[in-house]
Design a protein around this ligand. Structure first.
Ligand code: ZN
Length: 150
């Protein structure tokens, strides 16, 4: 196993066992339900934006496979404190990275540790598990109240 995929497995295991920000949020300003029928992942993202359009709080609830849960967990730790604009840039880079269209080793990026999800490229059927939390986050920001299905 390569170093990269070993790191990927480790982070997935860790965040699956101890998901960060795994609870519903009281009085969120934005939320959305996401569903990935291919795998059965269900997730709800809760957000509190402040008046400067920064993510003040973010959390998630739901049930799903290890990848979807770990991706949601890691996402919440990375977007907290970011502006909506930055979140959208991160989403775009993340989405293109797991589809093999963006190489964080060769380009400037805003992904930080999220780059470990490049490992999901080795399991193409699981990319939707990794991106569900992100699509659901964007859904919460853009279309308040509607559900997202992969
Ligand atoms: Zn899944």
């Amino acid at each position: 196993m390569s170093y990269q995929s070993e790191l990927y497995q480790q982070v997935i295991l860790d965040h699956n066992k101890k998901p960060r920000n795994f609870r519903p949020l009281e009085n969120p300003t934005h939320s959305c339900d996401g569903h990935n029928p291919l795998c059965g992942d269900e997730i709800t993202i809760y957000l509190k934006l402040n008046k400067d359009m920064m993510v003040e709080e973010i959390s998630f609830s739901g049930s799903g496979c290890a990848i979807s849960k770990a991706s949601a967990s890691l996402m919440t730790t990375h977007v907290k404190g970011k502006s909506v604009e930055e979140v959208k840039i991160m989403f775009d880079e993340f989405h293109r990275m797991i589809r093999g269209e963006f190489d964080p080793d060769k380009n400037k990026h805003h992904l930080g540790r999220l780059t470990i999800f490049i490992g999901v490229r080795e399991f193409p059927s699981r990319t939707k598990c990794a991106s569900l939390a992100w699509h659901t986050l964007i859904c919460a920001l853009d279309r308040k109240g509607e559900a997202y299905t992969e």
